[in-house]
Write a protein that binds this ligand. Structure first.
Ligand code: URA
Length: 279
């Protein structure tokens, strides 16, 4: 028979196994069948047949998310979600309205594992807007982008060209943390893309700085890798004018590859030159 001490030991070794496999956060106390939840949200496709037997019990799941304003069916159909998101985002007239719309959007499953919506930080009236990939654990906890180590490096790089969070606006292409800091999937990016595009349009910056490959590829449409794309300006269409988007290396990459900081520094000098009308 298993003794309580054996049971505890088993549990601890199971936890160690998860940590070694890369799990760095407990999302909830119970597992969730997300596929089942998505199916439950689908409208019924055929007339229901009366059942003689009660339906088998499902694993207990988290209480349903608060009634969303839109996007639910999209959890299972990302293409529909992106269309839905685009139409609704286009109707927002201010960044506050857009943030409220995102808070009520249930079409991206990341929302249900994240603690907070990470919408933006900095000054929305700034001439320059930095766009990263997705929040990490620190950003998820605080509810603002670039709060952890990459954020500290970004702050130092901005300071070196005379910028700070009162003279720059900062957001991400995906506003919810992917669990365990994995990369967002292409579906998650495409569902969230209409929101960041509208956010850029409403902030109306003179210059967009794409931090890393996902932000660069999503916003400029280039397929080039970041080492080829960095240091280049791409045309970016806003509602009433064309501005430029500059691709550069992500601060998290620079933390992993400090030798590449010289390239990051070169790009940030270009940011300064562009803001001064010299590039
Ligand atoms: N990395 C990002 O791309 N965005 C953040 O907000 C934090 C880290």
């Amino acid at each position: 028979m298993t003794s309580p001490a054996d049971y505890d030991r088993d549990l601890i070794s199971l936890l160690d196994f998860h940590v070694e496999a890369g799990a760095d956060a407990a999302l909830d106390e119970r597992p969730h069948d997300r596929f089942g939840e998505a199916e439950e949200r689908q409208p019924e496709r055929r007339p229901s047949v009366p059942r003689a037997e009660p339906a088998p019990a499902r694993a207990p799941s988290r209480p349903p998310p608060p009634q969303s304003t839109f996007g639910q069916s999209a959890a299972a159909k990302p293409g529909e979600a992106a269309g839905d998101a685009r139409a609704r985002a286009a109707e927002t007239a201010t960044l506050e309205e857009l943030e409220a719309l995102l808070a009520g959007f249930d079409g991206c499953p990341l929302k249900f594992t994240a603690k907070n919506l990470v919408f933006a930080d900095g000054n929305p009236a700034a001439r320059v807007m930095f766009v990263g990939e997705a929040p990490g654990a620190d950003e998820d906890r605080v509810g603002k982008p670039f709060m952890g180590r990459s954020g500290q490096l970004l702050d130092r790089m901005m300071a070196a060209i005379g910028l700070d969070r009162s003279s720059a606006y900062i957001a991400n292409i995906v506003p919810w943390r992917p669990p365990g800091n994995r990369n967002p999937t292409p579906q998650e990016v495409s569902v969230c893309k209409p929101f960041i595009e509208r956010q850029i349009e409403l902030a109306d910056p003179d210059l967009i700085v794409c931090l890393g490959s996902p932000a660069t590829q999503t916003l400029t449409g280039t397929k080039d890798g970041i080492l080829k794309a960095r240091g280049r300006f791409y045309p970016y269409r806003l509602a009433n004018r064309e501005v430029r988007a500059l691709a550069t290396l992500h601060p998290a990459y620079l933390l992993r590859q400090p030798v590449q900081k010289r390239l990051g520094w070169r790009d940030f000098r270009l940011v300064r030159a562009a803001l001064d009308g010299k590039a």
